[in-house]
Ligand binder design. Structure first.
Ligand code: ADP
Ligand code: MG
Length: 582
């Protein structure tokens, strides 16, 4: 982090976050002053305790001083409690605000951003980086201000008792600053690396735990272990390096402190012996010096956690600052219902460099059943994705009801499409809630009905809790075909004008598949349907079939026409016949 970015990170934290809580912070500051003053008062009270009580034998003071000490301590305790609590409250609400902002950002970042980032990385920003920042805020505001105040009050007392002696002790102080700065700088660098490495670790963990079936099936436990151990030992190495440096600070400071104490005892002893100073003065001075040791040391360590927090904050702001280019512009208000022909005009698209769609022109007429077939990798799913406008950077135009979808409200576009994606994504909730995800306003009866139509009932009835059975992470407790049926039910309950099924029945047996397609044909007769086919038998009755080949439309027509015209279609059919024979 350059000092300029550091500056901007700090001022951003102050102006955009800390200032929101100025009242609480002011209260905390006031309490810090009181608590610091109480520490100074403690040191000051040593002098009358010695000079008046022990040496002069003053009876009144014998009672007054212990009482004063108790009262001062009580006040100090209350003040310390209040400022600590207030500052924690501030820190927690700042972190909550940052987490909310990051999550908000994550929800509206586009697919291109997600294709290029690792989920573990993003998760670690919300969890890890905020943790360090939280510590830094609590420690730095409370720490810096409070400790500086305590030092000021104690110094005040030292000067008050004997300024010449204070100057002696001071020789040691500038010495202490040097290791603090130097060590802080190295720590900042290491912490940044550690936090990056932890993000990598989260990725490795997430992958091997999520993919545990593959790991076991391919006996790749050792491979995964090596991958994980490598990051673990990397993190260990850097943490050790960090400890190697940061732990020097304490003993170094202690040594410098002892220099100050030794010097003061020598000089103070001389002053007391030649009677230019009373014993009480000297002891009060010495107690101040000893009490100042703790806050000075804390200030030194504080630099470390501030640096850690700043490294975290930098990564947080990097996410929050992800350019507008990567954001989707979503307004949740529904403006119009989109229902009509869907027309692609010369649409070309590439994810990165390789062209996936090449001048595609096609029409999906309102209320018709249109099929898209082609070998895998020909670009079928991509067509579905860009109808949903998951990617915006295509050339050419896509019209729904003669309106260019780029000019429409994104929410309207997505509300007008029910899609069953090729990969079934389910949440670790009940079947019921997974279906309801498609339409949060659906009634229980409607959900039961689509569950029946999508063939969910045929297996849910056998489960203990029926539709209310929780299905595990991404439906791990179900078969592929069962998961697909839930996904289909979810799309049915959304009931949008356009239904897209992207190889949505690929995991079903022929009989169930045909049954579901029959139901969909009946139920959704008036809807526009785009079926990306796995088996041709399910789309033979489509009004138009487009055959896609390497991002181009190879041919189009009805089943009967294509059988005669399209080599690819013929090939696909042949493959299917062979499959059916075995
Ligand atoms: P299909 O659904 O016909 O099997 P896809 O539309 O999924 O084909 O993929 C078409 C091409 O786009 C493939 O070559 C694939 O490698 C590429 N592709 C798909 N998704 C991505 C992505 N997120 N990033 C980069 N390339 C992709
Ligand atoms: Mg596909």
């Amino acid at each position: 982090m350059t000092s300029k970015t550091k500056q901007s990170v700090i001022s951003r934290i102050i102006f955009n976050y800390l200032l929101d809580h100025r009242i609480k912070i002011l209260l905390a500051l006031l309490m810090m002053v009181i608590s610091a003053a109480a520490t100074g008062l403690h040191a000051w009270l040593v002098r009358p305790a010695l000079d008046e009580v022990l040496i002069k034998g003053n009876k009144d003071m014998l009672f007054l001083i212990p009482i004063a000490i108790i009262i001062v301590t009580l006040i100090k305790g209350l003040a310390t409690y209040t400022h600590s609590y207030q500052m924690s409250k501030v820190a927690h609400s700042i972190i909550a605000k940052l987490q909310t902002q990051m999550f908000e950002k994550l929800m509206y970042l586009n697919m291109k951003f997600y294709n290029d980032s690792k989920s573990g990385n993003l998760i670690s920003r919300l969890i890890n980086d905020t943790y360090y920042l939280r510590l830094a805020i609590v420690k730095s505001v409370t720490g810096i201000i409070k400790d500086v105040l305590v030092i000021i009050f104690l110094l005040g007392n030292m000067f008050y008792q004997s300024w010449t002696l204070t100057l002696f002790a001071f020789f040691a102080f500038p010495l202490a600053l040097w290791p603090i700065r130097k060590i802080g700088k190295s720590i900042r660098k290491i912490t940044y690396t550690i936090q990056n490495e932890i993000a990598v670790f989260s990725n490795v963990l997430a992958e091997s735990i999520k993919g545990i079936r593959q790991v076991k099936a391919y006996s790749r436990e050792n491979y995964e272990k090596e991958r994980a151990f490598e990051t673990i030992s990397f993190i260990q190495k850097y943490f050790t390096k960090s400890a190697f440096i940061s732990n020097r600070l304490s003993p170094l400071m202690e040594f410098i402190g002892s220099l100050a104490v030794a010097l003061s005892i020598y000089a103070g002893g001389v002053f007391v012996l030649n009677e230019s100073m009373t014993t009480g003065q000297f002891m009060s001075f010495l107690v101040s010096l000893l009490l100042a040791y703790q806050p000075v040391k804390a200030l030194g360590n504080l630099n470390i956690s501030v640096q850690e927090g700043l490294a975290g904050a930098e990564r947080i702001f990097k996410l929050l600052d992800t350019s507008k280019k990567n954001m989707e512009n979503i307004s949740s208000r529904k403006t119009i219902d989109l229902d009509g022909d869907i027309v692609f005009k010369d649409v070309s698209f590439s994810y990165n460099d390789n062209q996936v769609l090449n001048k595609i022109s096609l029409t999906i007429p309102k209320g018709k059943k249109v099929a898209l077939v082609g070998l895998s990798g020909s670009g079928k799913s991509t067509i579905a994705s860009i109808i949903l406008r998951l990617y915006d950077n295509y050339s050419g135009s896509i019209l729904i009801n003669s309106k260019d979808i780029k000019e429409l409200n994104l929410t309207d576009v997505r509300n007008s499409v029910s899609i069953v994606t090729q990969e079934t994504i389910l949440f670790n909730e009940s079947i019921f809630n997974n279906i309801k995800y498609g339409n949060l306003e659906a009634s229980d009866e409607e959900i039961s009905l689509v569950a029946k139509n999508a063939g969910v009932n045929s297996f849910s009835e056998e489960l203990d809790q029926k539709l209310h059975t929780v299905i595990g992470e991404n439906g791990i407790k179900l078969s592929g075909g069962q998961r697909q049926r839930i996904a289909i039910a979810r799309a049915l309950i959304k009931d949008a004008p356009l239904l897209i099924m992207d190889e949505a029945t690929s995991s079903l047996d022929n009989i169930t598949e045909n049954k579901i397609h029959e139901t969909i044909n009946n139920l959704m007769d008036n809807k526009t349907k785009l079926i990306i086919a796995h088996r041709l038998s399910t789309i033979e009755d489509a009004d138009i079939i487009y055959v896609l080949d390497k991002g181009k439309i190879e041919s189009q027509g009805s089943h009967e026409e294509l059988i005669l015209q399209s080599t690819i279609y013929k090939k696909l059919q042949l493959r299917e016949q062979l499959e059916n024979e075995f």
